[in-house]
Design a protein around this ligand. Sequence first.
Ligand SMILES: O=C(O)CCC(=O)C(=O)O
Length: 279
Amino acid sequence: MTTKPPPPEASAFAHDRRIGFEFADTRALPETGADHTALMRDGYVIIERLLDAATCEAIRAESRRLLGATGRNRFEGLKTQRVYNVLAKTRIFDDLIDHPRLLAILDRIFEPNYLLSQAQIININPGEDGQPLHSDDGFYKIPRPRPALGVAAIWAIDAFTAENGATDIIPGSHLWADGSQATRAQAIPCAMPEGSAVIFLGTLIHGGGANRTQHGRLAFTNQYCAPWLRTQENFFLEIPRETVRTLRPTIQSLLGYSVYPPFMGMVDSMHPKRVLDDI
Ligand SMILES: O=C(O)CCC(=O)C(=O)O
């Protein structure tokens, strides 16, 4: 008879700090230690009311302008509207992309010059079914259990409730091995007030919830990955160089105008930011 090995401790997935990991010390906030501890232990952390009501309202108005077709399959959601390539279309999400509370956590997880992997608006409309459960970094085919290769934030622009499609997550599932069976019964909804965010590891099993109300559930999500991985969105082709030039240096770096030392990401043997100086 074979005995099943005990599940790994969350601490097994702590990442070594490396020489040059300077951001962790310079951008840490008083809350960062507790945020990071919860994230590594549970696979997620909910941070309430990071955005005020006026910001949520402005995002709702801008999202209404951008939202269009519903999804093409069950994963996107046949009654769910998604807007991709948002950074080429609006500046309203910039403060969420490089939010200090979020970056301070990411600094503890990834080596410097980690990347934005994708960013999108997700509006789950009434009658939508629960999205299939999945992990966001599952397409990197490295066996689990393993450290997360990505981290996501999902921002509740409308308040998230168990009825309107709050993201369902399975606490602790970031520690699971390949082949573990996830069921909806194991999941809990990330109910949270508007302006809050759930931040979770790319290894955590989750999915958008079913919307049993008469109103949409508006969210914004931004995902990040280790600096040596391929990103989900190809920002170099999506965002015109003239737009990238206008962005904050932190966001330029997140979009790949940065190097993974010594020179991954170079352009003609030079730092990629040089292309932003070209006329
Ligand atoms: O909308 C949500 O709550 C989750 C969406 C999600 O996990 C995804 O589209 O990958």
